[in-house]
Design a protein around this ligand. Sequence first.
Ligand SMILES: Cc1cc2nc3c(=O)[nH]c(=O)nc-3n(C[C@H](O)[C@H](O)[C@H](O)COP(=O)(O)OP(=O)(O)OC[C@H]3O[C@@H](n4cnc5c(N)ncnc54)[C@H](O)[C@@H]3O)c2cc1C
Length: 412
Amino acid sequence: MAKVVVAGAGINGVSSAIWLQRAGHEVILIDREGPASGTSYGNAGVLAAGSIIPITTPGLLAKIPKMILAPNAPLFVRWKYLPKVFPFLIKYLSHANSNHVKLYAKAMSKLLYDTVEQHRALADGTGAEKYITNDDYYFGYETKAAFDADAFAWDVRKKNGISFKVLNKDEFEKLDNIYKNKFEVVVANKNHGKISDPGAYIKKLAQHFEKNGGTFIKSSVTGLIENGRSLIGVKTDGEDILADHIIFTLGPWSGDIAKQLGLSVPFESERGYHIELVNPSIMPKAPIMVASGKFVVTPMDGRIRLAGVVEFGGLNAVASKAPVELLKSNAAKLFPEIRYDRLDEWLGHRPTTANSLPIIGRVNKYDNVLTGFGHQHVGLTGGAKTGRILADLIDQKKPNIDLSEFNPNRYM
Ligand SMILES: Cc1cc2nc3c(=O)[nH]c(=O)nc-3n(C[C@H](O)[C@H](O)[C@H](O)COP(=O)(O)OP(=O)(O)OC[C@H]3O[C@@H](n4cnc5c(N)ncnc54)[C@H](O)[C@@H]3O)c2cc1C
């Protein structure tokens, strides 16, 4: 049995902690605010096995100027932040080509394809099972032309084993009649699912971890305690915490620690937003990606969550008004007659590497350190399996997945 510190209690950290605990280790989970206080709280909740197409697709470059200037496009830049983010954006956009999309899809499909089973295995016996549902995940296109324009993405999904069915307007409206005359074509992705309250789900998992003898410490990790080729612990704003192994799952806040671990990862926050319509008069049946606005509508416990937008503006700036207004106007267009008790707003940060691939595995600089961050738009989907992989790696077990595209040391 080893003593393992897991720094960061989003889905990646909490899953790591639970799988390590099940393997018999003494685990200390650290988070500066509490479980699910970062990005894992406010995402769209979709277990999106088929989300294997990155944002950086062929043709993106040409569309960007129009997208940035159009008020109803889901891409925003905080102008003051542009000089800082510019070098990252150059690297990020260099991946907007078909070869990279194919490489990304192949690597990510291995991490994501069995997401519902992975979450069920993670939650088994924890009380968090009740938040997992099996659903189709819909992609709604306003026009047939818009669907046809996405043919490359659907072809890549098909080649990577994603099962889906293309529905016409009437077929879809029979399945969910709250969307009258909204979409000409809807694609139903099979074998998908959702978490009906991501924050509550992860908190429940963390409670189970503590109930079973795991230690949670609410502190900020501020530095590393090194001894030759080992890290013997982390410094925090409270006590130093010593360990035999350390896993860093700090989500979008991983940049500084990555540097200290010898990794020069081009890394940014892709800011995203949600609004929630609390206690709504109507409820969709399953999550849907509205393709024209690139936002997701998810039925959640007691509310509808609309989540989306990509904004480059860094980790520290306050929420911008325009993305929230855009989500509100999208909600009004989609559900013109809806009534609800309250509208809540949230800003979050997707942890994003320049090639959109996460960083999962052992770090060369130290013998006993692993990372699991950078899951961008699909961290909830891939988080259950990522934690399991990291726990296996600590036990020197070979995970049943090719991790080469996620290898942290490609950034050394
Ligand atoms: C609008 C939006 C919609 C999304 N929708 C989906 C979706 O439908 N499906 C999907 O799969 N993914 C979705 N995502 C992406 C997903 O939410 C993230 O990829 C995922 O939550 C990342 O999890 P994480 O554990 O890596 O990071 P986080 O959840 O951010 O956890 C990191 C933790 O580290 C802690 N921390 C940071 N710094 C320190 C420090 N120095 N010391 C101690 N603790 C620290 C933070 O408090 C935080 O709790 C969405 C994201 C956004 C923004």
